[in-house]
Design a protein around this ligand. Structure first.
Ligand SMILES: Nc1nc2c(ncn2[C@@H]2O[C@H](COP(=O)(O)OP(=O)(O)OP(=O)(O)O)[C@@H](O)[C@H]2O)c(=O)[nH]1
Ligand SMILES: [Mg+2]
Length: 233
């Protein structure tokens, strides 16, 4: 949800809570222990980070969210092969003025990173290398899975970023690339599949063999789309 202005003390409380949560990445809920994974969503303002995370965690589309201040937390627990996996999603602020004092909290103990751009905004795509640089500057290890997501592909006639250019960039970093829409109802399963792909990687602890993942996940996605007739942007 959009956040009202939080005071510094409120942020400190939130971060101390989440820090303790991060440290104990296992919650023991009796017989089933849910493993908790921190996923951060990074990208320019207005690309749709809040809407994507809300679509995945809440299942609906937010038509006019406010700009995120600091960070919004959303989470969703998945049952994967009989194991509870809780994804703790950090929806970060894209506007510099709303993020500057939070950046090291974003990257601390992160388990996966999602870089988002807007396919109708070339500048937001051109910012992706800078976001990738920022991530590396905060000592996020090479084995931490990273993916690139192009959002708003429902706005077909407004597209500014050719899918081929996006694939070239993704290949340059060897990151999986997904294009989707937080708004298009028929894309809901695709948004789920993006987070599920990450969740399976995190659950299996396997480092992301990105080439293999991108081919596999594209094959899985297209198989699933054929089965369920899902549209792919
Ligand atoms: N057409 C379309 N609009 C979208 C989509 N996703 C988000 N939007 C719209 O884009 C605007 C920005 O969305 P947000 O989710 O707030 O963007 P953000 O990346 O969180 O922005 P910051 O919080 O400032 O970093 C809103 O008006 C959304 O309704 C999409 O998939 N398609
Ligand atoms: Mg936001």
């Amino acid at each position: 949800m959009a956040t009202e202005n939080k005071t510094e003390e409120e942020f400190d409380t939130v971060f101390s809570l989440t820090d303790s949560l991060e440290l104990s990445s296992h919650h023991d809920y009796g017989p089933t222990r849910a493993r908790i994974f921190k996923i951060i969503v990074i990208g320019d303002s207005n690309v749709g980070k809040t809407c994507l995370t809300y679509r995945f965690c809440g299942g609906t589309f937010l038509s006019n969210p406010e700009a995120t201040i600091g960070v919004d937390f959303r989470e969703r627990t998945l049952e994967l092969d009989g194991e509870s996996i809780k994804l703790q999603i950090w929806d970060t602020a894209g506007q510099e003025r709303f993020r500057k004092s939070m950046v090291e909290h974003y990257y601390r103990s992160v388990h996966a990173v999602i870089f988002v751009y807007d396919v109708t905004s070339l500048p937001s795509f051109e910012s992706i290398p800078e976001w990738i640089e920022e991530c590396s500057r905060h000592a996020v290890g090479p084995l931490v899975p990273r993916i690139i997501v192009g959002n708003k592909c429902d706005l077909r006639e407004l597209r500014e970023v050719p899918a081929s250019s996006a694939q070239l960039l993704a290949d340059r970093y060897n990151y999986p690339l997904f294009e989707t829409s937080a708004k298009e109802p028929s894309e809901k399963e695709h948004v789920d599949a993006i987070f599920l792909t990450l969740a399976y990687r995190l659950k299996s602890h396997k480092p992301l063999r990105l080439k293999q993942l991108s081919e596999n996940s594209v094959r899985q996605l297209s198989q699933r789309e054929q089965e369920e007739g899902l549209c792919q942007c």
